[in-house]
Write a protein that binds this ligand. Structure first.
Ligand code: DP6
Length: 346
């Protein structure tokens, strides 16, 4: 006999920040606003089952059918944060069955897509148990996702999302992300992101530790100010479609993020030699061919190669000829701006 009382399944994509979230305070509040592209192919698919209270751990997690105890503390922490607004959490146990569409050992963080999927399942379960519909379903899911992992709150929407209060983005909030719907030039609506997998081992320094190092960082104040200014620039760029200006802001944000890591105490470097080789190649190619290819980085060694969709074929040839050799096992993932999460049939 099945022990499942309620169940919900969602898929949620990962996202790549253009203006970076790096530094937080209080309960997962960002020190500056950030903006991202939601991706399409890099997704987490999750089923969350509600089980009767009783013997056994509060949360059991299976990744591709295999029990993973290392992932459960983050989810337990999220559930305990949400207990006060979803009182049914207390009297139940949970089983999480999850699968990532990207290779497990790719060095791609699954916390954004993973936490967003869990948050969407929780909202859905609350509706099932409570019998009422949320009028603010995605906003709520975004807030719940943020409590699990900051960047996850931007993954609950397709297209582009902004998280963090910023005067140029009406309705933006510290507590949840909002979807950007207006003022986005068509060039950005199907932007391509090919993720060049430089280093697959898990990160030497977690994002959470990195964020904490911003607390006493000598450049923190200036960084948060510049991030705000970059958001202002980005707003204008998104509406004008000025790809040249986009390149400058996005690459500068990526390098600044890594510059902050290199200038914190303790300092650390997450880029690998091949990360720099690829960056140099991108700069050379752009200069020689005038093709608007650019890079961004998250908190790791992989390079996100961004470009407008009209250059897709040309760029693919170039990657195979000149960039894939810098990737581990020549691996890369072709992704692009996507439509966001969706409910799955369990
Ligand atoms: C560099 O969202 O992973 O990718 O809130 O501690 O879970 P926690 O951190 P996380 O940080 C992501 C940092 C980043 C930039 C970004 O996505 O904005």
């Amino acid at each position: 006999m099945s022990d499942i009382l309620f169940s919900s399944s969602w898929q949620s994509p990962s996202n790549i920040a253009l203006i970076k979230y790096w530094g937080k305070y209080g309960v997962q509040m960002p020190s500056n606003a950030s903006v991202s592209f939601t991706l399409s192919e890099c997704r987490t698919e999750t089923t969350l089952e509600v089980l009767p209270a009783g013997q056994g751990p509060k949360v059991e997690l299976y990744l591709d059918g295999e029990k993973k105890d290392s992932f459960t503390p983050k989810i337990e922490k999220l559930l305990s944060k949400l207990q006060s607004e979803m009182d049914w959490i207390e009297g139940h146990r949970f089983r999480v069955k999850t699968h990532n569409t990207f290779p497990h050992s790719s060095g791609i963080a699954s916390s954004a897509s993973g936490m967003a999927a869990i948050a969407l399942c929780l909202c859905d379960l609350h509706e099932q148990i409570d019998g009422n519909r949320f009028s603010d379903f995605y906003r709520r899911a975004s807030r719940y996702a943020r409590l699990g992992s900051g960047s996850a709150c931007r993954s609950v929407y397709g297209g582009m999302a902004v998280w963090g209060k910023h005067e140029d983005f009406p309705h933006s909030s510290q507590e949840y992300a909002i979807r950007l719907t207006e003022g986005i030039n068509s060039v950005f609506q199907d932007f391509q992101d090919t993720i060049l997998l430089v280093h697959s081992a898990s990160k030497e320094v977690s994002s959470t530790v990195g964020h904490d190092l911003m607390d006493h960082h000598p450049f923190a104040k200036k960084r948060f100010k510049v991030a705000g200014q970059n958001m202002t620039k980005m707003k204008a760029i998104l509406s004008s479609g000025d790809v040249e200006a986009f390149i400058q802001v996005v690459e500068s944000e990526a390098l600044m993020l890594h510059g902050l890591m290199m200038s914190s105490l303790p300092y650390f470097i997450l880029m690998k030699p091949n990360t720099l080789q690829i960056i140099q190649k991108i700069w050379d190619y752009r200069k020689q061919n005038g093709t608007p290819v650019l890079f961004t980085l998250d908190a790791g060694a992989n390079v996100h190669l961004l470009y407008p969709s009209e250059y897709k074929e040309e760029v693919k040839k170039w990657i195979d000829a000149e960039l894939s050799m810098y990737c581990e096992n020549k691996m890369y993932i072709c992704d692009h701006v996507g439509k966001g999460p969706s409910r799955l049939n369990p």
